[in-house]
Design a protein around this ligand. Structure first.
Ligand SMILES: [Zn+2]
Ligand SMILES: [Zn+2]
Length: 248
């Protein structure tokens, strides 16, 4: 498959040395698409037909609403999508039919799952992420300065590791592919180990006798570890907890 190269966002992201460049890039793409679906172009008739048919997943409906912009537009696209969902499910008509038929109930369950899984934002993010993964592999292959930067990066999270490994299969061959995979796995493991060790320090600090110790990098260990495991970027939050107050 042919992918469009997008070298600038890749270079920019690697320059900031994140825990997972694909997490950062995915989050940016997500913000862009949420803005897009709250903008005027969503009123374009062709796009409107697609939105009516596909809609958004629970996370992205929440993301669209929580942006706090253009409630009128979001109301319009949600109303026509809801109308289409009702037509597809025709719950009222099925009420008598589904009862007593395992096959018909299974078909209804399938439709309900599909409605929740379909998402125009997830679809677009998926395509964008493939382009980014392709560009990373391509730059690693062609540009020695990027290859060097890559070897000093923190690898990727476990959520994004599969897309990078699959892309190496598509875009690299033989010894090059082996080298790319080895570097990627070693880096990822190195920083998973760091996250694990930092988390050990982090949890160790929750003992009474260490309550006054100052925090180092391990203060971020929990959010970094969760990101490394799931690909979710969490915000730093300070919990007020009298039994474990650390004065930060
Ligand atoms: Zn990631
Ligand atoms: Zn989604």
């Amino acid at each position: 498959m042919k992918y469009e190269l997008e070298t600038i966002p890749i270079w920019d992201t690697y320059t900031t040395d994140p825990h997972c460049p694909l997490c950062t890039l995915e989050k940016k793409a997500e913000n862009t698409y949420i803005g897009f679906f709250l903008g005027n172009s969503v009123m374009n008739p062709e796009l409107r037909v697609q939105v009516n048919r596909t809609g958004f997943c629970p996370d992205h409906y929440a993301g669209l609403y929580n942006r706090g912009e253009n409630r009128h537009g979001l109301g319009l696209i949600t109303q026509t999508h809801l109308k289409q969902v009702r037509e597809t499910l025709s719950l009222g008509k099925q009420a008598g039919v589904v009862r007593g038929s395992a096959k018909k109930l299974a078909a209804l369950l399938k439709k309900l799952t599909k409605i929740e899984e379909q998402c125009m934002i997830c679809d677009r993010m998926g395509n964008t992420l493939k382009r980014y993964a392709f560009t990373i592999v391509h730059l690693w292959k062609k540009d020695s300065s990027f290859r060097e930067k890559y070897s000093r990066s923190r690898g990727v999270c476990l959520h994004h590791l599969p897309i990078l490994l699959s892309m190496s299969q598509e875009a690299l061959q033989g010894g090059e592919q082996e080298r790319f995979i080895r570097t990627t796995l070693e880096l990822t493991d190195k920083y998973l180990e760091k996250a694990e060790n930092d988390l050990l320090v982090f949890t160790g600090k929750y003992g009474f006798e260490k309550a006054n110790e100052s925090w180092g990098e391990e203060r971020f260990a929990l959010i970094t570890s969760i990101q490394k495991l799931t690909g979710k970027l969490l915000k730093i939050q300070y919990i007020i907890d009298n039994t474990t107050a650390h004065g930060d």
